[in-house]
Write a protein that binds this ligand. Structure first.
Ligand code: HEM
Length: 496
């Protein structure tokens, strides 16, 4: 009898299960048909209303997915994701629209549109961060907390004050000198990888006085995992890049939290770093704001600057006559600078040609290729109607490569910056209310690195491949710029 009950119970539960499954399948089918019909209606409705308005040219692509597949293809190509934009810009001009996963995106590549959108005087173009990226960076990150943006930015500004940058640069310079000392016997040096390590070490020290080798190594691994997760699809399964990135974020947060509680409990320990400033200033940020923004600053500053330096070394390696001019400037400065000292901001202000090399590298590398903003009110740009709810993207890379703005844009010509650039034509750090907070720090790092490299070594780029690292959130060289170095003179490194 118990057996029968069991059989009965199991057969009734299996028929219940199958009827449930049927219901789910039918409901899904109805939902799918409804979605397709809605999309078709939406598309014809929009086509009808589009014909009355002057909407930007462009291809809507397939229903719902739009041109997502083409974008994914570009992400995976060696030309990098910007190729998707470049090809359409050539086809449609300075303002075109596309559709990615149901969202209309307009790309604009004129200095006029850059001014209107990035300045955002009208308040119509707030910055948005893709939700999956915001989750990794943190909801309280300066990138993802629109209401608190000004407040957080004001608190973070301390890290970029002249005195902080000076200390930061001194530390960076010291580590560059240490690293350069070992390159002569190293064989191949991968610039990107070397610089990433140096920047991270400098940041961890100046932000949290974190110097212990094992701790730095752990952070390095976790930051790299977070970095890879940023552009990944937000699929939370244990083997996905996104999941691993999120786990790494949690580990970083736990470590920073531990430092918080140590600082709060210890009576005697005194630290003069960014974290101490954030913890003791009044009114202070919340713990969550501090943690998210420490991670944000590392993510925002580390790979961007390392990528820019790798491109700079590559561009120079391909332009020997420019290296010669640069070397003449830098060697003359070696005589002038105080021996036994690290680089100061005054020294860096004394490098006019190197500054142009840095600018030209930033123009050509265009590390962050475009800047996305949400449209919160219908408006008109270049005579086209831009609708509320669309995303507009200021295409910095196309502006930097516009032959009407820069003659011979594919050539590396630092002297093009002898003259002032046209407003909004040089925007590697963005512009307006969201302009990069670390731009002077990044420029200073590039100059310090350039100075030390040029006065110490001759170098040869041993793989001139310009392919972009697949899936990287920014324009990162796949090779990382591998070089071989030869010392240029005895004692050139002893400048410390
Ligand atoms: C060559 C190196 C760098 C490049 C090319 C770069 C580029 C940019 C760009 C284009 C933006 C604005 C994006 C937009 O408007 O949508 C930005 C924002 C930002 N950057 Fe950088 N950056 C670099 C280095 C750094 C460094 C070293 C730090 C800090 C240590 C940093 C911190 C930030 C922060 C905090 C923001 C957010 C500003 C805000 O939203 O108010 N960046 N960066």
């Amino acid at each position: 009898m118990p057996q029968m009950t069991l059989i009965h119970a199991s057969s009734s539960s299996s028929s219940w299960l199958s009827s449930c499954l049927d219901t789910v399948i039918y409901a899904s089918l109805i939902w799918l048909i409804f979605r397709i019909a809605k999309l078709l209606l939406w598309s014809s409705h929009n086509d009808a209303s589009d014909s009355k308005l002057r909407v930007p040219p462009g291809n809507r692509g397939l229903p719902f997915i739009g041109e997502t597949l083409q974008l994914m293809k570009a992400v995976k190509s060696s030309n990098g994701v910007h190729d998707f934009v470049r090809v359409r810009r050539l086809r449609y001009g300075i303002c075109f629209k596309t559709n990615v996963l149901g969202q209309t995106h307009v790309f604009l590549s004129s200095t006029e549109s850059a001014k209107a959108i990035l300045n955002n005087d009208s308040g119509r173009f707030p910055k948005t961060l893709i939700k999956s990226m915001a989750k990794i960076m943190g909801q309280e990150s300066v990138f993802s907390a629109p209401k608190q943006h000004k407040l957080i930015r004001n608190h973070l500004a301390y890290f970029f004050s002249t005195s902080s940058v000076l200390l930061f640069i001194k530390q960076f310079d010291k580590l560059v000198l240490d690293a350069l000392g070992s390159w002569e016997h190293k064989g191949t040096v991968i610039i990107h990888d070397e610089v990433v390590k140096i920047i991270l070490k400098t940041m961890l020290k100046s932000m949290m006085s974190l110097e212990r080798e094992d701790e730095v190594e752990m952070m390095q691994k976790d930051i790299a995992t977070v970095w890879k997760a940023l552009p990944a699809l937000p699929i939370m399964l244990p083997w996905t890049r996104y999941y691993k990135g999120f786990q790494a974020r949690q580990r970083i947060m736990a470590r920073v939290e531990k430092i918080f509680s140590e600082r709060r409990s210890s009576s005697g320990a005194h630290h003069e770093d960014f974290l101490q400033h954030l913890l003791t200033e009044t009114p202070s940020l919340t713990d969550a704001q501090i943690k998210d923004n420490i991670l944000t600053m590392i993510i925002a500053g580390q790979d961007t600057t390392a990528s820019a330096i790798a491109w700079m070394v590559k561009f120079l390696g391909e332009n020997q006559e420019i290296v010669n001019t640069l070397k003449a400037e830098q060697l003359s400065l070696v005589e002038k600078f105080l021996p036994e000292s690290f680089q100061t901001l005054d020294n860096l202000n004394d490098m006019p040609y190197a500054s142009k090399v840095v600018k030209e590298s930033l123009r050509m590398a265009s590390i962050v290729q475009w800047y996305p903003r949400l449209v919160v009110q219908d408006c008109e740009i270049h005579g086209y109607t831009i609708k509320k709810g669309w995303k507009v993207n200021v295409d910095a890379k196309s502006i930097h490569y516009d032959p009407a703005v820069y003659k011979d844009p594919n050539k590396f010509i630092p002297s093009r910056f002898d003259a002032e650039s046209k407003p909004y034509s040089f925007i590697p750090f963005g512009q307006g209310e969201r302009i990069c907070m670390g731009m002077y720090m990044a420029r200073a790092m590039m100059l310090v690195f350039l100075h030390r490299l040029v006065v110490t070594y001759k170098w040869k780029v041993i793989d001139s491949d310009s392919s972009i690292l697949k899936g990287a959130p920014f324009m990162t060289l796949k090779t990382g710029c591998p070089i071989h170095v030869t010392p240029i003179r005895e004692g050139a490194r002893s400048n410390k």
